[in-house]
Design a protein around this ligand. Structure first.
Ligand SMILES: [Fe+2]
Ligand SMILES: [Fe+2]
Length: 358
């Protein structure tokens, strides 16, 4: 058994077809700060935008590659189904529903999942997003020191698809318009990521051994109770660390594979801690027979890449040096930043990019 345990997600990277539209949706509608505007280091003719909290702390970071003109992808085995962002309270969540619906975004829920409440919507490229409440948490139906050991029914059986009152759920919203994001609506970064597999047991072995993520819930998909839904997290028997929950829907063997593209998640990055720890992670993964990339310098962190048994692309990224390495914290994201080796091409790169609103 590994002694290495990731502290949770570092960032999630998705694919946008239009950086300007993505900026308007995430920054202006969802209120998630732009912490870095740069280019895809492997394709400097396109943007790579980073959003996050005020300092771009690991666990709050959402990034987008801009692939204009690329086809839309589709979810399936080996791909991500949705990304959930945290909010403190159910009241704050209802305000999000009202704000989004008033902006013309279709929202479903709130659904009481037992462990948290959920609303769902899509970004302009079709990426499925959820806003999930912080609590009550995974210990609502199991002792905190024994999460995930046995299969449990979803805690709210009256809230499963087919049993719940869909009309009442649809009608539930905040009574007033929400033109300004209030403090109780603040999005708290990555609450969980839900992906799709057709072999939950194989993934359990992989995520446990490779990343030190522990099974914290074995249950069923509440919108399709004939299929399983398992949760993993950075869990020490006392606490599930924030920004660490990775969940998988268990589809039947041989189900449709994911197809990457616009509106899909490109990869999931977990925290490697320091550069020294990252080298230990690399050795650890190699010892398990996992193919791992060399360490790559991403300016704001260093990364190694590998895949899970379904082919889902994973990354382990260092916490440092962070987004303030080339900008002051108060001006993060205000201008195009390029790594030193691309500065000599700045004029040409800027010419190829559509200007973004500051
Ligand atoms: Fe979810
Ligand atoms: Fe990444």
């Amino acid at each position: 058994m590994t002694t290495l345990t990731t502290a949770g997600f570092h960032h999630v990277t998705m694919v946008s077809s239009d950086a300007r539209r993505t900026l308007a949706f995430y920054r202006d509608l969802l209120g998630v700060g732009l912490v870095k505007r740069t280019v895809n280091f492997d394709d400097p003719s396109s943007y790579h935008l980073y959003f996050g909290d005020a300092s771009g702390a690991p666990g709050t970071i959402l990034t987008f590659f801009e692939w204009s003109g690329a086809p839309r992808g589709n979810w399936g085995v080996g791909g991500v189904h949705h990304l959930a962002l945290g909010v403190a309270t159910a009241e704050g969540q209802l305000k999000w529903k009202r704000r989004l619906v008033d902006a013309g975004v279709a929202v479903s829920g709130p659904f009481d999942r037992g462990w948290f409440r959920s609303i769902y919507f899509r970004d302009p490229d079709g990426q499925v997003l959820e806003v999930a409440t912080r609590g009550p948490g995974y210990a609502v139906d199991e002792p905190i020191d024994a999460l995930g050991k046995v299969e449990v029914a979803p805690p709210r059986s009256a809230e499963l698809r087919g049993a719940r009152d869909e009309a009442a759920i649809t009608a539930r919203t905040h009574p007033e318009p929400v033109p300004v994001i209030t403090p109780d609506m603040a999005l708290e970064g990555i609450h969980h990521v839900t992906a799709i597999t057709d072999d939950l047991s194989r993934l359990n072995e992989f995520y446990d051994r490779a990343l030190g993520l522990r099974l914290i819930k074995q249950s069923f998909n509440q919108d399709d109770p004939s299929t399983k839904h398992w949760f993993w997290g950075s869990y020490d028997g006392q606490e599930v660390k924030p920004h660490s929950a990775l969940t998988f829907f268990g589809w039947p063997a041989g189900a449709r594979p994911a197809r990457g593209g616009v509106g899909q998640t490109h990869h999931l990055a977990f925290r490697a801690g320091s550069a020294e720890e990252q080298l230990a992670w690399r050795d650890h993964l190699l010892s398990l027979g996992v193919e791992v990339s060399p360490v790559m310098d991403r300016t704001y962190f260093q990364s190694i890449y590998f895949r899970d048994p379904d082919g889902l692309l994973l990354e382990l990224a260092t916490d440092g040096p962070g987004f303030t390495v080339d900008e002051d914290v108060v001006t993060l994201g205000s201008e195009l930043r390029l790594p030193a080796w691309l500065e000599t091409e700045r004029e040409q790169i800027e010419h190829q990019l559509q200007p973004l609103q500051v």
